[in-house]
Design a protein around this ligand. Structure first.
Ligand SMILES: [Zn+2]
Length: 200
């Protein structure tokens, strides 16, 4: 008999073979699954504000009875207000001597976005630990923002480790002591990172 911890673990991320002749319904619950397709191994993650399908591995090295799958990003929340990203850039410029953090949240009941400053536990010009605010039920982190003080905007190995498990957008601002800050952005899908070219 299978250990009940394994049953719970496997239920949290089931494995599905992609049918060849039947259209596969998207995940309709909040959760994730691994999908084996003829053209690779994919991860599907569904949240109230987004659904993504990303490739996480090559196709299996044998003949498989599966259909093909395409990567997909279905953004289900309303348009992300650029003004909130601009506001974060202004915060980072005002506090350019330290790294700062913030999140842009989306409320599934009201459809409203909000920019919330994270409380820094330690912040210097090249290091930041911040506590994310506790969010009420139905409020989701859509963008995780941080600044790199006077350094350039990029995703460091620390950022990669911090972003490993989340489904979110990540946004970094650098050169915060200038009028021409640098920007980097990406979609983080539980260990898969897709660089984006957001402009401010
Ligand atoms: Zn960083």
């Amino acid at each position: 008999m299978m250990d009940k911890r394994d049953i719970a673990l496997q239920m949290s991320c089931p494995v599905t073979g992609v049918p060849k002749f039947t259209e596969l319904s998207p995940l309709d619950r909040n959760g994730e699954r691994i999908m084996l397709a003829a053209n690779g191994t994919f991860l599907e993650v569904n949240r109230p504000w987004i659904r993504v399908v990303v490739q996480v591995g090559p196709s299996l090295a044998t003949t498989v009875p599966f259909g093909e799958l395409k990567p997909a990003v279905e953004f289900k929340a309303g348009k992300l207000p650029r003004a909130l990203l601009q506001e974060f850039v202004e915060w980072a410029q005002n506090d350019h001597h330290v790294e700062i953090g913030a999140v842009i949240t989306w409320d599934e009941k009201t459809g409203q976005y909000a920019l919330l400053r994270a409380k820094s536990t330690t912040a210097t010009a090249d290091h930041l630990d911040y506590e994310l605010p506790t969010l009420p039920e139905g409020v989701h982190i859509v963008v995780d923002c941080h600044s790199h003080s006077h350094g350039h905007a990029f995703f460091s190995a620390t950022d990669d480790a911090d972003d490993q498990h989340a489904l979110k957008y990540a946004f970094v601002v650098g050169h915060c002591n200038t009028n021409n800050p640098s920007i980097a952005s990406r979609l983080c899908a539980r260990g898969v990172f897709k660089n984006l070219t957001w402009k401010i």
